[in-house]
Design a protein around this ligand. Structure first.
Ligand code: GLU
Length: 532
C-alpha cells in the first residue's frame, strides 16, 4: 500500500448499534491498525426523521467498552472536525451547488402528492432519464421560473442527473469487480431544502473525499449504493482519490435464511446489542453483551471470525494477534452464520484466562459485606474460584458455583438423597470422619485421597458408597469439583463438621424420615454447626 490508510466507521444514530455494526467497526479498526493507518468516527446524522436521542452516545460507549479505539472523529477531534454531519451543512451546500452548476444535478419541485400519483400511474415508476422530462424540475421549467420558485421559498430537492447506458465499475476488495449499467439507477435526491441537509449519499461521498478516506469498509447492505457513489466521484472529478471498497458479508440468522435481526436474539435468547439499550420512544429494554456477562475481548474474538478467517485452525486471538493477522483479502464473500453457542464458548475460554483476583470481584458482592477482609476467607475464595471456573461461562455463574464453600448446604437435592443415602451411610461417614481426623491436614489432595481409598479397600467398602453421600453432605447435591479439592479448600474442621451435622440431622429425624421432612430439618442445619 502506497499511502497509509485512513478508514472511517460512519454509523447513523438511528438506534442501538447492532452487533453487525460492531463487526464493521472492528474490521475497520483491525485494518487500520494492521497498516498503521488512521481510524475515524463519523456520525452520519443527516436523516433527521430517523434520528434517535442517545444513540450517538450509545455507539461511542459501546465501542469504548469493546476497546475499538479511534484516532479522529466525534468526541475525539481531529484535523477534519467537525465529524458530525449535521454540523457540516455549509460544506455540503457548496458541493451541491457545484454539481448543479456543472449540469450534473438539478432542482426538483415535485410534491409528495405528485410523486405518489406518478407511482400509482406507472408500475415501478423511477425518477430517471426516461421520466424526468415529464416531471416538475429545473430541466423542464424555464430558468426564471426556477429562480422565482426558489426565491419564494418553495420546497425543493436537488437530484443527481444520471445518464443512461454508462458502465459503472465498482472495484471491491472482497467481491472483485462489480459492473452495472447506469440505466438501472434513479436520479437520487442529494439535498433537501426542507431542512437544508444533504442525504446520506452526498454527505457520505463529500466527507470520504474531504477526510481523505482510502478504504470504505462497510456492510454488504451498502453495496447497492456503491455504483451511485462511484458516479458521484466521477462527477466531482475525484476518481484518482476514490477510496477502495470492501463490502463485508452479511451476518446470517443462527437458523433459517436471512440477515440476523434483533428479533432472532429475542426469539433465541441472545443479545444482538453490545450494551443494554432502552428505546427512548417505546421504552423497550434490550439486553447487551456487557450486561449478559461477556468479556469485551471475547466479543471481539468471536466477531472477528464471523466473516474473516486466518487461514489456520487458530481460534483464540488476542487483539494484537488479530491486528497482526487481519486482512480484507481473507474476508469471505458469502454470509457468516451467527453461532451464539460459539460466542459463549469464547467467553468460557476467556474466563479461564482471567486472574482469579479479577473474577473474585464479580463474586464478592453476593456475599455479606466485608467478609473477605479476613485474609483466610479471601484466600479460600480464590481457591474456590480456581476449583470451579472451568464450569463457568459467565462470571455471574461463579457465585452459585462457590457458594457452598462458604455456606454449608441448607438442603439436599431430594433425588440425589433418595439415590445415594443408604442404610449404612451414617456408619460409613462416621468412620470416614474418624479417618480424616487422624490426618494432619487435608491440604494435600492426593494424600487425602490415598488415605481414604486405602481405608475403603481395607474395609472392603465400595468407593461409591462412601464418596457419593460424602459429596452430598459437603455440597448439598451431586455437583462440584473433585471431592478432595473440595476437602482441601474447606479444610479439616469444616469438612468434619459438615459430616457430623448431616449425621445429627439423620439421627434426630431418622433415616426413614420422608425426604420433605428431611429437607426441612436440614434447613435448620446451622444449629448443629458447632464442632464436637
Ligand atoms: N451511515 C451509514 C450507516 O449507517 C454508513 C454506510 C457507509 O459506511 O458508507 O451504516
Amino acid at each position: 500500500m502506497n499511502t497509509t490508510p485512513r478508514v472511517r466507521f460512519a454509523p447513523s444514530p438511528t438506534g442501538a448499534l447492532h452487533i453487525g455494526g460492531v463487526r464493521t467497526a472492528l474490521y475497520n479498526y483491525l485494518f487500520a491498525r494492521h497498516h498503521g493507518g488512521t481510524m475515524i468516527l463519523r456520525i452520519e446524522d443527516t436523516d433527521t426523521n430517523r434520528y434517535v436521542e442517545g444513540a450517538e452516545k450509545y455507539i461511542i460507549d459501546s465501542l469504548q467498552w469493546l476497546g475499538i479505539e479511534f484516532d479522529e472523529g466525534v468526541s475525539f477531534g481531529g484535523k477534519h472536525a467537525p465529524y458530525r454531519q449535521s454540523e457540516r451543512k455549509d460544506i455540503y451546500r457548496k458541493y451541491v451547488d457545484r454539481l448543479i452548476a456543472d449540469g450534473k444535478a438539478y432542482y426538483a419541485f415535485d410534491t409528495p402528492e405528485e410523486l405518489d400519483e406518478k407511482r400509482s400511474q406507472t408500475a415501478n415508476f423511477q425518477y430517471d432519464a426516461s421520466t424526468r422530462m415529464s416531471m416538475n424540475n429545473s430541466l423542464v421549467l424555464p430558468a426564471d421560473e426556477v429562480s422565482r420558485r426558489i426565491a419564494n421559498g418553495e420546497k425543493y430537492v436537488v437530484r443527481i442527473r444520471i445518464e443512461p447506458n454508462e458502465e459503472i465499475v465498482v472495484n471491491d476488495i472482497i467481491r472483485g469487480e462489480v459492473r452495472i449499467n447506469s440505466t438501472i439507477l434513479d436520479d437520487k435526491v442529494l439535498w433537501k431544502s426542507a431542512d437544508g441537509l444533504p442525504t446520506y449519499h452526498l454527505a457520505n461521498i463529500v466527507d470520504d473525499h474531504l477526510m481523505e478516506i482510502t478504504h470504505v469498509i462497510r456492510g454488504e447492505e451498502w453495496l447497492p449504493s456503491a455504483p451511485l457513489h462511484v458516479l458521484l466521484y466521477r462527477y466531482f472529478g475525484w476518481q484518482d482519490t476514490m477510496p477502495q471498497f470492501a463490502h463485508l458479508p452479511l451476518l446470517l440468522k443462527p437458523d433459517g435464511k436471512g440477515k440476523l435481526s434483533k428479533r432472532d436474539g429475542d426469539r433465541l435468547g441472545f443479545p444482538v446489542f453490545p450494551l443494554d439499550w432502552t428505546d427512548p420512544i417505546t421504552g423497550e429494554k434490550t439486553s447487551g453483551y456487557r450486561e449478559a456477562g461477556y468479556f469485551p475481548e471475547a466479543v471481539i474474538n468471536f466477531l472477528a471470525l464471523l466473516g474473516w478467517n486466518p487461514g489456520t485452525e487458530q481460534e483464540i486471538f488476542s487483539k494484537e494477534e488479530l491486528i497482526e493477522a487481519f486482512s480484507l483479502e481473507r474476508c469471505s464473500r458469502s454470509g457468516a452464520r451467527f453461532d451464539y453457542e460459539k460466542g459463549k464458548w469464547f467467553n468460557h475460554k476467556y474466563l479461564q484466562t482471567k486472574p482469579t483476583e479479577e473474577l473474585a470481584k464479580y463474586v464478592m458482592p453476593f456475599f455479606a459485606d466485608n467478609i473477605f477482609d479476613d485474609e483466610d476467607k479471601y484466600r479460600k475464595l480464590l481457591a474456590a474460584i480456581d476449583s470451579v471456573k472451568e464450569r463457568a461461562t459467565f462470571p455471574k455463574e461463579l457465585f452459585e458455583l462457590v457458594e457452598f464453600f462458604f455456606i454449608a448446604p441448607e438442603s439436599f437435592a431430594e433425588s440425589d438423597l433418595k439415590k445415594r443415602w443408604k442404610e449404612d451411610t451414617p456408619r460409613l461417614l462416621t468412620e470416614l470422619a474418624e479417618i480424616l481426623r487422624t490426618l494432619p491436614s487435608l491440604d494435600d489432595e492426593q494424600a487425602t485421597e490415598e488415605s481414604v481409598k486405602q481405608w475403603c479397600e481395607a474395609k472392603g467398602y465400595s468407593l461409591g458408597a462412601v464418596m457419593n453421600p460424602f459429596r452430598l453432605v459437603l455440597v448439598g447435591q451431586m455437583k462440584g469439583p473433585h471431592i478432595f479439592t473440595i476437602t482441601r479448600i474447606l479444610g479439616k474442621t469444616e469438612t468434619i463438621n459438615r459430616i457430623n451435622s448431616a449425621l445429627k440431622i439423620i439421627e434426630k429425624f431418622g433415616f426413614d424420615a420422608d425426604a420433605a421432612m428431611f429437607e426441612r430439618a436440614v434447613k435448620r442445619y446451622e444449629r448443629f454447626d458447632d464442632p464436637q
